[in-house]
Design a protein around this ligand. Sequence first.
Ligand SMILES: Nc1ncnc2c1ncn2[C@@H]1O[C@H](COP(=O)(O)OP(=O)(O)OP(=O)(O)O)[C@@H](O)[C@H]1O
Ligand SMILES: [Mg+2]
Length: 235
Amino acid sequence: MDYLYDIKNISKVYGEGTGTTVAINSMDLQIESGKFVTILGPSGSGKSTLLNIIGGLDTPTSGDVLFLGENISEYKPRMLAKFRREHIGFVFQNYNLLPNLTALENVEFSTEIRGLTKENAKDALELLNLGNRMHHYPTELSGGEQQRVSIARAIAKNPKVLLCDEPTGALDNKTGIVALKILRNLNKTLGTSIVLITHNKEISKMSDIVVKLLNGEIVERYHIESPLSPDDIEW
Ligand SMILES: Nc1ncnc2c1ncn2[C@@H]1O[C@H](COP(=O)(O)OP(=O)(O)OP(=O)(O)O)[C@@H](O)[C@H]1O
Ligand SMILES: [Mg+2]
């Protein structure tokens, strides 16, 4: 069986000479399709770097990343862009909304490239309770609302994999739980694989697999037999 991801001995080194930072250090990780994975670890432990590499936004300095058996670390930028477009929904730590587009246009931008309709974009925004914010520009939205637009944008194109970098960081408990429920639901009903970064150990209790990073290395990896429902998480 091909794994969704088979990560083989990857390292990511930033900079050169004496100013180098090893963000990922000889890491191996396998992720099965359809799983909900959370990544825990302190600031600077390499979480975003790992997510960017498996999402095809960055390439490892050495090692291989196999996606369904395909070595994406050998891809040229054009192939990587195609890979991201076809398979990956990304929720960024800093939202990354396009400032000159409204909420709806931001979401449409991602559905259009996948050949989906305007309705897909509207549905996704409504799912995130943003029906009355569709025509607002990012600067007219609160941080939490922008974060929800970025979640809507990632899920609207119905990707095979959702990669989420602290998706609840800017949300209060109630809105955070709504967002987590939506993600959990997509995972359960459509089988969308999810890799989610969080600082919050409680949130990791609703995932199937927990991976803990420290200094660019995996220090712990465990399965959860009965993940909690988002309602039962104590924030
Ligand atoms: N573009 C870059 N150039 C140089 N160093 C970088 C770059 N990006 C990340 N780093 C370094 O790599 C290490 C890992 O960074 P990364 O962003 O992956 O951490 P993180 O676990 O996501 O942290 P946080 O929880 O604060 O978001 C850090 O030491 C960081 O300073
Ligand atoms: Mg980060």
